[in-house]
Design a protein around this ligand. Structure first.
Ligand code: PLP
Length: 402
């Protein structure tokens, strides 16, 4: 395929690989030139139930031929059903529907500040966040993430976000001031390199929030909707947040997201205080309900956990075979990271050469986040392709050294 880059009218914020896909089937993508690629990236942990899942296609076409959009000025039965199912399956009482991860996080931040405001603490607006975090690309969420590479050139950083290191509860206590409203954290940092936050630290944050009247926000944009083998990653930890955001896998590829909260945390969001044109439209809600039909079906999450274990076992063997390429295997469920001894972008390119999609992340990690429906055979095939990529990389390294 000739490169289309030179003639592209798309703003070039992504370094796109020179391949285009026209069709998907489960864990496979078929390129415009007819080659089959094994998709272990799932559109960055989005295509949770694979491509063109019959149940999703049926929901999309059924709702698509009836009604796509009405505004939030009217009743929304599909949305009510979806919110009730999310609440019943989690700690939450209430759900605010949005369209992207960053937008769900904006809702969470506003919700937390407003809860403090109506709770007679208008001075509390600051949010503690953590080094290595990623919360999105809006002005507030790049400030929340605090990473220089995303903040640079966009004017003054939005006020009210303080970064601290992960793992040091004393540092957290020390960073809390009279203006602190909330603590926000990803239970497993995704873009940061599949870095699991120790459960004891998350439990410590819950305790600190309770003692100081702060709201605890879990950003489960990437870890949510079954990715880690539980419906949400907080279930591994034994404590729940006051507010949780989720996106990516929730629509199986349809752009949608949600901010879940206890009734108390959401107390400040009354009529007219926050809003969205598209969030929660009937088409998105029907698709979200279809995702839940699959992910919450009996045995599905247990299967994700088992497949994740199998994948990590196979990857540990691969690390033993290619110690010059792979340094560490990390992750939970089907959110897996390979910490590499080479740049993750180079490894992703080598994998693409073997017709396998994986996703580079921070901390020199490549992410392996296949659709949650991945079979044992597809795991075996993916690991074979990863081995071939490792061999190709190792050969290049050897040539470079000699
Ligand atoms: N939060 C986390 C943990 C994410 O991984 C991402 C995206 O990768 C976001 C927020 C932002 O989501 P979106 O790109 O949908 O705005």
């Amino acid at each position: 395929m000739d490169s289309i880059e030179a003639t592209s009218a798309i703003v070039p914020t992504y370094a796109r690989a020179n391949v285009a896909f026209e069709r998907g089937e489960g864990c496979w993508l078929i390129s415009t030139t007819g080659e089959r690629y094994l998709d272990f990236g799932a559109g960055i942990a989005v295509s949770s139930v694979g491509h063109a899942h019959p149940h999703m296609v049926e929901a999309l076409t059924r709702q698509g031929s009836k009604l796509w959009h009405v505004s939030n000025l009217y009743q929304n039965p599909e949305g009510e059903r979806f919110a009730r199912r999310l609440a019943d399956a989690t700690f939450a009482d209430l759900v605010f529907f949005t369209n992207s991860g960053a937008e769900a996080n904006e809702a969470a931040i506003k919700m937390a500040r407003r809860r403090q405001w109506i709770g007679d603490h208008p001075e509390r607006f600051r949010v503690l966040t953590f080094e290595g975090a990623f919360h999105g690309r809006t002005l507030a969420t790049i400030a929340a993430g605090g990473q220089k590479k995303y903040l640079e050139g966009f004017g003054p950083k939005v006020e009210g976000f303080d970064q601290i290191p992960v793992g040091d509860l004393a540092a957290v206590e020390g960073a809390i001031g009279p203006e602190t409203a909330a603590i926000m954290i990803e239970p497993i940092q995704g873009e940061g390199g599949v870095r699991a936050i120790p459960p004891a630290f998350l439990r410590g944050l819950r305790e600190i929030c309770d003692r100081n009247g702060l709201l605890l926000i879990f950003d489960e944009v990437q870890t949510g909707i079954g990715r880690t083998g539980r419906f949400f990653a907080y279930e591994h930890v034994g404590v729940h947040p006051d507010i949780l955001t989720t996106a990516k896998g929730i629509g199986g590829g349809f752009p949608m997201s949600a901010c879940l909260a206890t009734a108390d945390a959401a107390r400040g969001l009354t009529v007219g205080v926050h809003g969205t044109t598209f969030g929660g439209n009937p088409l998105a809600m029907a698709i979200g309900n279809a995702t839940l039909d699959i992910v919450l079906a009996a045995g599905f999450l247990e299967q994700v956990a088992e497949r994740g274990l199998l994948l990590r076992q196979r990857l540990a063997e691969l690390k033993d075979r290619y110690p010059g390429v792979i340094e560490e295997v990390r992750g939970e469920g089907l959110m897996v990271g390979l910490k590499l001894r080479i740049p993750p972008g180079d490894f992703a390119t080598a994998a693409l050469g073997k017709r396998l999609l994986v996703i580079p992340a921070g901390d020199n990690v490549v992410r392996i986040v296949p659709p949650l429906i991945v079979s044992e055979e597809e795991i075996a095939e993916g690991v074979r392709r990863l081995a071939a990529a490792c061999a190709a990389v190792e050969e290049r390294l050897t040539v470079a050294i000699n």
